[in-house]
Design a protein around this ligand. Structure first.
Ligand code: SF4
Length: 568
């Protein structure tokens, strides 16, 4: 028997599954099959990028008894680690003459671009379409396979509960080893699913999951242990709409009160699992912080204590225009977000290493194209960001995306057109953010001399290599030289762009570093770089610094291995 999981990738507000991320869907589906009695050896996993690159893998799909295609992008972005499945590829897999199941957030509709209305696909050739949860379907199908019964066809609409996740999640941990990024994969971890608000933000699909269904803390930790035992060292506690809502205490109002004791215990116990290299979070509801500042602050202090550096608490402001906020039942007003930004700065804007990354910083998400938006909306957004800059606050990132419309969300009844009417203002807003906000903020958050550790090199951009730490919203590092992909390096920040930093690998091998890299070091002109190259090899820092004292700030990162090369 052979079951193949094809990962077309997922990206939802509460679950990322584009490499290096491996989503909960894939892992739970594998675990559900094991729970049903299918041996691990009979379960294969291929990411869509692998199928594109290796035709033999694609051919091997023809030998499978069952194929699970898992995909769905409700908040598609631009990705470095992989390219999500296309409609054409979904149709091609549909033509393979074997039993096929399709599941994941694709049940909400298909689109790969913001500013569009998601369309329903016909899923021709697929025997089972999961409108419910694919992992639960996998469990039942697994049972049918083990018992040799005929597999059912049609629509599967049952939903799983937290108790199912608790069983499937640790059993599915083995699948991470089959990911083409392994061991450099990061696992999204679920604490609960569903939104705690009674009325949902107009554009959001989380309401489809119903009210919060929480996992027990011990079960979350048990899953992390299972993944760790299978070689995973990178985790993001991101599969929930609001980490401060986990085990929160119900109140009369819309926002339950955070439970700092539980949050502390969760992060402490996860950190104690072993040598965890990344422990980050995703999704913080600024409305919770605004309504319950004391409990939120204590919970965030704990997160900042037990997480790893470079963590981000992203807030969905969506817009600084109060009229648009009201129109779309959004969760928080601009002054509430400002309060939340201040609190995260108070508890998280510190470093454990002098030249390291800030521990926990806020992020801000904007959404363009919401009903009620006017030209004035963009001016208010700019004013809000200016006030953040003027107050000297730190923000790790600003994300601007266009609204996407999914049938069944309130917004699908509110708008006919999906693109913003104010194209020019939108473009100008983006440009302002990149030039006037992102660039100065990059310099504040990653000052020259910052050392970013374990940067995974993932792609080339002309003569540059692009890499990132494995974490939540890691900064893009641009190394001005081609280096071996999929290796990891430590880099020192030597420059800034709007969306990335320029870094050079450390230790700096002064006797072999290229002219190009040398001339990126602050204070080293091309002429000086040439002189350095002509005068090498250098024996030690005494010799080097006596001739080139401007290298003093980098002295502790310079190495003197032999191997000088001619100027390039
Ligand atoms: S608060 Fe709004 S954006 Fe957040 S999960 Fe609930 S409905 Fe979605």
């Amino acid at each position: 028997m052979r079951v193949v999981i094809v990962d077309g990738y997922v990206d939802e507000p509460t679950c990322l599954g584009v490499p290096p991320y491996i989503s909960t869907y894939v892992r739970y589906t594998a675990g559900a099959l094991v729970a049903a009695g299918i041996p691990e050896e009979s379960i294969d996993y291929f990411a869509i990028d692998q199928l594109r690159r290796e035709p033999s893998l694609k051919e091997s799909l023809f030998d499978a008894d069952v194929i699970f295609l898992i995909t769905g992008m409700t908040v598609p972005g631009r990705y470095l680690g992989g390219k999500p499945i296309t409609e054409k590829e979904i149709n091609e897999i549909g033509k393979i003459p074997t039993y096929k199941v399709v599941g994941g957030p694709i049940k909400f509709g298909f689109t790969l671009k913001g500013g569009t209305r998601a369309k329903e696909l016909p899923f021709e050739g697929y025997q089972l379409i999961c409108r419910g949860d694919v992992e639960l379907a996998a469990y039942y199908l697994g049972k049918y396979l083990v018992e040799g019964r005929e597999l059912p066809e049609g629509v599967f609409d049952q939903k799983r509960r937290a108790k199912h996740v608790n069983t499937f999640a640790p059993l599915g941990a083995f699948i991470v080893k089959k990911h083409f990024y392994f061991p450099n994969v990061i696992c999204e971890i679920e604490t609960f699913r569903g939104c705690e608000r009674r009325r949902h933000c107009s554009y959001c699909t989380e309401g489809f999951y119903g009210s919060p269904d929480e996992r027990e803390l011990e079960k979350v930790v048990e899953e992390v242990k299972a993944l760790y035992q299978n070689g995973v060292k990178y985790f993001r506690i991101g599969r929930q709409p609001n980490i401060l809502g986990y085990k929160a205490v119900k109140t009369e109002g819309e926002f339950p009160k955070p439970n700092p004791e539980v949050i502390c215990k969760l992060f402490r116990e996860i950190r104690e699992v072993g040598d965890i290299r990344t422990l980050h979070i995703d999704n913080v509801n600024a409305g919770t912080i605004d309504k319950h500042p004391n409990e939120s602050k204590r919970a965030l202090e704990c997160i900042a204590k037990y997480d790893t550096e470079g963590d981000v608490a992203p807030f969905g402001l969506e817009t600084a225009d109060e009229k648009v906020i009201e129109n779309n039942f959004l969760k928080v007003k601009p002054e509430g977000i400002k309060r939340a930004i201040r609190i995260v700065n108070e508890v998280g804007a510190f470093k454990e290493r002098e030249d390291g990354l800030f521990k926990l910083l806020p992020g801000i998400n904007f959404l363009v194209g919401l009903p009620g938006e006017t030209k004035e909306t963009f001016r208010k957004n700019v004013d809000f960001l200016k006030s953040v800059l003027d107050e000297g606050l730190l923000v790790r990132r600003v994300n601007i995306r266009q609204v996407m419309v999914f049938e069944g969300t309130p917004i699908s009844e509110m708008v006919k057109r999906t693109k913003t009417k104010y194209r020019k203002e939108y473009e100008r807003f983006k440009e302002w953010v990149r030039e006037e906000f992102d660039l100065p903020m990059m310099k504040r958050v990653f000052p020259t001399g910052t050392v970013i550790k374990d940067v995974l090199l993932e792609a080339y951009d002309g003569g540059h290599t692009l890499g990132r730490q494995i974490g939540s919203y890691p900064v893009l590092v641009r190394i001005p030289e081609r280096m071996e992909l999929f290796s990891k390096v430590n880099v020192i920040v030597v420059g800034h762009r709007e969306r990335s930093v320029i870094g050079i690998p450390i230790p700096i091998e002064i006797n072999s570093i290229s002219l190009k890299l040398l001339s990126y070091i602050p204070g080293i002109s091309k002429k000086t770089a040439t002189e350095i190259i002509l005068k090498r090899p250098f024996k030690d820092s005494l010799e080097l610094l006596s001739l080139f004292p401007q290298l003093e700030p980098l002295a502790k990162h310079i190495s003197f291995k032999e191997g000088a090369q001619a100027p390039t």
